[in-house]
Design a protein around this ligand. Structure first.
Ligand code: HDE
Length: 740
């Protein structure tokens, strides 16, 4: 019988002067290197030293069983943190309690404004490594020496939801990369979609207002399925290409690790002679592209709202470091002029089949943050952060962003000195005469704070370097001041169509379903019809499916279009997720539903097949304490079954005994487990006994070739080999046919 746990002591009855509780665990800060402790020896309650945590240098944790003494912010040792200072035993509280006041004051001011967009995000550290030198194209230091590594910090995010919203919103994902180069910080503030909704930054507030919760009622949260969004979109034809992307499964990625990143705008690379080459940036995940399906996303949000951040945290801490290739599309003015569209228009791509992506390096994320707030929350990306050799173009979206990001950091972080924060400070030497302001941390020394000055090299401070310093590309500009959109930005439908026709049938189906779902939440019929009128300019079949899904009584006329759709732009395989999936189960997660009395050989075979592939598994069991296999082996569970639905896994195996199956078959949660795995087209490995659960779950008669019987140990490896395909898409088409 289990020992009865000792009752917890009630701290409120401890006497003043009690020693602070020992913190559990020797290291709560991960693997990062630590500096020597600034805590004096006498501030430790045992005979050891303590270490600062993370880059901020706070001292909180225990090292090798030795505990630091709690102090106030002023460094005063605290005797009692459980009781406020009172007159007598029952109060009143005394104003002079500086410890209480300081503690509450600080707590009251813990929050900073969340980002106005991209509020919910998750970051990690890593490095960029150059694999191909680009000295002939750019003077950017980061692109000079093959094999050299540059420290990087990446923050992934959703756009519309607030900080506490769920990870699997149907939304664009931010993919912002800060590269701490030897010649300054370079931020590529990109998304997981290569185009954008609007062409001119002046429309950004309208776009975001329309996407966020409606202002009177403040819902729906983190969703675009409402009138305001689709009203704005249907009145903004330039958004149609982006609409195709966000209605595709790109907007519900399986993981941050399985999505692409794009710089979106056309930028410039500039060589040492001042020549410019246009460039578009691509991040290609080594893990392959992968998304979930909508019904699954909805359920993941309930089961684990932190699904994406947990995935990144677990992968990095498990040593499975996510990796992306940096690819460039490089072109000159003549090539740019060969298109009907404008390369300054952020609603357009250059298909990879026309201009291949040249891989020049890799980005690896190998360290989680020590402190979420200090790093992920306080990181300040700015599109204006470029380095010598990288430059802007006249893309009106990019130019507007160059104002917005700096401005927004002041609001969020509260001081122009946000660059002093360790996460934002350059890792290369820096020297300037900017000074003072709130929270100035890195302050210049000496008498001179201006230039020119005549104090000489020793004491006169830094000077310009016309040769090595940043110089803007000398693009020529002329013309009258006009509020106008160039005619070259006028085609809104051709690439939207190209994206749609580049998808596999299942991906097209998901797009039609997504549009139908989103518009079904729109109350005003005229907005629904207006959206369908745009779809008619993209693809008749898509428009018909959505109109049918909405039971639209009359098909509207196609939307008026400044330029007719070019119907035959060639399909591009690079645009499909399914065509760019992984080739094996590496980095994926198998959920194993185990019961008491299950076969240990099969379970063991599954575990070793998973290990061999570099994948992971988690055990789901009727009780969190685990199960006892038929040979008496005890296996601990990661999830009790109602906390571990199959939506959390890439594939599932049901390894149960006869008794276990009989017990689970009567449980609605176990029925959901198998029904969802099947409905979401997952690969399912199963022991014969599990058929009873399938029968009760209503899928007993529908099993197909992606439901793999596990009879012998060898079947485990075969099952995972098949599961490399991740989803058995023919099933969805079949299931839908059956439904009709
Ligand atoms: Fe942003 N965007 N954006 N955006 N954006 C912000 O800056 C803005 C756009 C993107 O993880 C804000 O620090 C304008 C395109 C990412 O911290 C703000 C316009 C792309 C992130 C802002 C755009 C992005 C932001 C809010 C239209 C893809 C998160 C907080 C011209 C290429 C960065 C912040 C992070 C964040 C403005 C359009 C990507 C307000 C005005 C296009 C990944 O400055």
């Amino acid at each position: 019988m289990a020992k009865k746990p000792a009752p917890a002591k009630n701290p409120s009855v401890t006497k003043t002067g009690v020693a602070p509780a020992k913190l559990a665990g020797a290291d709560i800060g991960g693997e990062s290197p630590r500096k020597a402790s600034p805590i004096p020896e006498d501030a430790l309650i045992s005979d050891s030293y303590s270490e600062p945590q993370g880059e901020g240098g706070e001292t909180r944790q225990v090292a090798e069983g030795k505990t630091a003494v709690l102090t106030t912010q002023q460094g005063v040792l605290v005797a009692d943190d459980q009781n406020s200072l009172k007159q007598g035993t029952r109060g009143p509280m005394l104003m002079e309690d500086f410890h209480f006041r300081e503690k509450i004051f600080h707590f009251d001011h813990e929050r900073i404004p969340e980002r106005v967009v991209h509020a919910r995000g998750y970051g990690a550290h890593g490095f960029f490594e150059l694999t191909e030198g680009l000295a002939d194209i750019t003077r950017a230091d980061i692109f000079q020496r093959v094999g050299e590594r540059t420290p990087a910090f990446v923050r992934f995010s959703t756009v519309a939801g607030s900080k506490g919203s769920f990870d699997l919103a149907r939304d664009v994902r931010g993919f912002a990369v800060k590269l701490y180069t030897k010649e300054g910080n370079w931020d590529i503030v990109g998304n997981n979609i290569p185009v954008f909704f609007i062409q001119d930054a002046i429309k950004f507030p309208d776009l975001i207002h329309s996407a966020k919760p409606e202002p009177d009622r403040m819902f729906p949260q983190a969703q675009t399925a409402h009138d305001n969004f689709w009203d704005f979109i249907s009145l903004t034809p330039e958004s149609m290409h982006m609409v195709m992307w966000i209605m595709s499964d790109r907007a519900i990625p399986r993981s941050f690790r399985t999505m692409e990143g794009f710089g979106v705008h056309t930028f410039r690379l500039v060589d040492s002679a001042g020549n410019s080459t246009f460039v578009k940036f691509h991040w290609k995940p080594k893990q392959g592209l992968q998304s979930v399906v909508w019904n699954e996303a909805v359920k993941i949000n309930g089961a684990d709202p932190d699904f994406h951040r947990r995935d990144l945290w677990d992968a990095i801490n498990g040593g499975d470091f996510p990796e992306w290739e940096l690819g460039l599309q490089l072109f000159d003015q003549e090539f740019a002029d060969s298109f009907d569209f404008d390369v300054l228009d952020a609603t357009k791509i250059i298909p990879e089949e026309i201009l291949p992506v040249r891989v020049v390096g890799r980005l690896v994320l190998d360290r989680v943050v020590d402190n979420f707030f200090a790093e992920t929350e306080q990181v300040a990306f700015c599109t204006q952060n470029v380095v010598p050799g990288i430059d802007f173009t006249n893309d009106p979206l990019l130019q507007g962003r160059n104002f917005s990001y700096l401005d927004t950091q002041l609001k969020r972080l509260g001081s122009p000195n946000f660059t002093h924060l360790p996460i934002n400070a350059p890792k290369c030497p820096f020297a300037h005469f900017q000074q003072d302001g709130h929270m100035a941390i890195t302050n210049p020394h000496g008498r001179v704070n201006y230039e020119p000055n005549s104090w000489g090299a020793e004491t006169g401070g830094p000077r310009e370097d016309p040769k090595r310093g940043f110089t803007s590309f000398g693009a020529e500009a002329e013309g009258a001041k006009l509020r106008i959109r160039s005619e070259s930005f006028a085609d809104h439908y051709s690439q939207a169509r190209q994206f749609y026709v580049s998808q596999t049938p299942i991906e097209q189906k998901h797009m039609a379903d997504a549009l139908t779902f989103e518009l079904s939440k729109v109350e005003r019929r005229d907005i629904r019809a207006r959206m369908v009128s745009h779809l008619l300019n993209i693809d008749d079949g898509l428009a018909a499916k959505v109109a049918d899904g909405l039971a639209l009584s009359d098909m509207p006329a196609p939307a008026q279009s400044a330029r007719p759709t070019v119907p035959d732009l060639p399909p591009s395989d690079a645009l499909s997720i399914v065509k760019n999936g992984p080739s094996n189960f590496k980095g994926r997660k198998l959920g194993v539903l185990l019961s008491d009395g299950a076969d240990p050989t099969l379970f063991g075979a599954l575990v070793s097949a998973v290990d061999k592939l570099g994948a992971i598994y988690e055990v789901v069991a009727p009780k969190i304490g685990g199960v006892t296999l038929s040979d008496g082996t005890k296996v601990t569970a990661r999830h009790k079954i109602d906390g571990g639905p199959s939506v959390l896994f890439d594939a599932v195996a049901i390894v149960v005994s006869k008794e276990g199956a009989a017990m689970l078959a009567g449980d609605a949660v176990a029925q959901d487990f198998v029904r969802d795995a099947f409905g979401h087209c997952k690969f399912i490995g199963y022991t014969k006994e599990a058929e009873l659960i399938f029968a009760k779950g209503g899928i007993g008669s529908m099993l197909d070739e992606a439901c793999v019987p596990l009879e012998r140990a060898e079947d485990a490896a075969k099952f995972l080999e098949a599961a490399a395909a991740l989803r058995h898409w023919p099933r969805e088409l079949q299931v839908d046919l059956d439904a009709r």
